[in-house]
Design a protein around this ligand. Structure first.
Ligand SMILES: Cc1cc2nc3c(=O)[nH]c(=O)nc-3n(C[C@H](O)[C@H](O)[C@H](O)COP(=O)(O)O)c2cc1C
Length: 445
């Protein structure tokens, strides 16, 4: 992995959680206007950003009180469209920046996803990354015929098979199989096009892929699962990992665990970077950055916080008792097959399993967690760049940062492009621009 910091913009929530209404949001453009995304893509490419990322989840948050009403009313993690056509449109106005799309191996079928990503890799001339997720949310599961979420570790077994099928399909047509011989009219050499004849526990796929091999052959494979099963599974294939930024100790633990798993899988940890998801507020002065930070809380309602937290944990926090032991809550979440990371994981990390917390204090933390303010880097370009350089050195110096903003779009990310990235570039902290033409050559070498 080339030295220096790589960068991405997280475009998963450009319009949700009130961003659509805050000062600095688009006037005359509303999600999902494709022109919003084309403008962001042009701005980000000009600033040297390597990747634009779209996370995904298909269910409207309904874990809090078993209702979608608060999420709908406050625009919490909804609406969310399938962003693949938007990526195609963004590719038309850019030439270098990459695009990361998310699909769930728990709910989707690998033949469909492999074929879609092959087409997008053609459309973007080799700029696609695939964030494969095991999915932690029951609202998503309910849209795909599941009464309850598949058991946590089984989701990762399914992911391993899913990726195996995709990779076999992407290689089922050899690159030199396509002849396009105008003199004879032969299109392709059948001896170089192979069925995959996969019969596994979850999928049966005959193959081959009904497609021309794409510039990257397969998209850059990304994974973010932080549990032991998630890390073990991703070690077999991940080219770039996503991790949660914000807590150096947790980042170091994740880096070490991933390195160990990669080594055990016979792979070189030096070649696999982690992009740390990092929320930032950058402004010309420390005072204006602090003022922007303060404004954010006013856009959140109590029900919105509950809907956000419960959805992400996969656990309804509305019934919490007046006081409880943190370890007991983490255990109940595990038993519900949800993920004990997120807010509860962070509280257990900070205070320990035996800590007793009141419901009021839990929601006080929850408010800052849902808004991201408990882990937002806030300040001038100089102070945020100082913090990032220090964090990068402390967490393995491989990969970089995926920036998101709690402020309105486009102004929050425009500040990153116009203030922070030039400062990092001036310091020589960013990874050098590579001459390669595909995303893999730019991001993973
Ligand atoms: C930067 C980042 C982006 C993620 N994007 C998504 C996403 O788009 N959709 C999703 O369902 N999960 C997403 N996740 C969650 C992870 O895929 C994973 O489910 C979560 O970290 C829990 O992993 P575990 O169950 O192995 O602990 C993301 C995680 C990170 C760190």
């Amino acid at each position: 992995m080339s030295g220096g910091i790589h960068t991405a913009f997280d475009l998963s929530f450009t319009h949700t959680e009130g961003r659509w209404a805050r000062p600095g949001s688009w006037i005359g453009r509303d999600f999902p206007d494709v022109r919003m995304f084309q403008e962001i893509a042009v701005t980000a490419e000009r600033a040297g950003v390597d990747l634009l990322f779209f996370g995904d989840g298909s269910g409207i948050p309904d874990t809090w009180r078993g209702s979608i009403a608060p999420a709908v009313e406050w625009g919490i993690q909804w609406p969310r469209h399938d962003m693949s056509p938007i990526v195609a449109a963004m590719a038309g106005v850019t030439s270098e920046i990459g695009f990361g799309l998310t699909y769930s191996s728990t709910f989707m079928h690998p033949f469909y996803v492999a074929r879609l990503l092959n087409s997008l890799d053609h459309v973007t001339s080799g700029r696609i990354a695939f964030n494969v997720v095991a999915s932690t949310r029951s609202a998503d599961a309910a849209n795909y015929g599941f009464d309850e979420l598949m058991a946590h570790d089984e989701r990762y077994e399914r992911m391993a098979e899913f990726i195996g099928v995709c990779r076999a399909l992407w290689r089922s047509v050899e690159p030199d199989a396509i002849l396009r011989d105008r003199a004879t009219g032969r299109f392709a050499d059948p001896s170089k096009v192979h069925p995959i004849d996969h019969r596994g526990r979850y999928f049966s796929v005959k193959g081959p892929l009904s497609a021309v091999p794409s510039p990257q052959i397969e998209p850059v494979l990304v994974q973010a699962g932080g549990s032991p099963a998630g890390i073990r599974t991703s070690a077999a294939f991940v080219e770039l990992a996503f991790g949660f930024g914000g807590s150096v100790a947790a980042q170091q633990r994740y880096r070490t665990a991933l390195d160990e798993a990669l080594t055990a899988a016979g792979r070189d940890p030096a070649r696999v970077g982690i992009l740390w998801a990092t929320q930032v507020i950058v402004a010309p002065t420390a005072e204006s950055a602090a003022a922007r930070r303060r404004d954010i809380l006013s856009f959140w309602d109590e029900e919105a916080v509950g809907a956000h937290l419960s959805h992400n944990a996969g656990f309804d926090f509305s019934g919490l008792p007046r006081e409880f032991r943190l370890g007991d809550l983490a255990e109940r979440i595990r038993a519900a097959q949800a993920t004990p990371g997120g807010l509860v994981g962070m509280l257990v990390d900070t205070y320990g399993e035996d800590h007793r917390i009141s419901r009021a204090d839990f929601f006080e933390h929850g408010w800052r967690h849902a808004t991201g303010l408990d882990h937002t880097l806030c300040g001038t370009a100089e102070s945020v760049a100082d913090a990032l350089e220090e964090n990068f050195a402390a967490t393995g110096a491989r990969g970089g940062y995926m920036f998101s903003s709690p402020l309105a779009t486009p102004s929050g990310l425009a500040d990153v492009a116009e203030l922070l990235l030039p400062e990092l570039r001036r310091r020589g902290a960013l990874a050098p621009r590579s001459a390669g033409s595909t995303l893999r050559e730019r991001l993973c070498v």
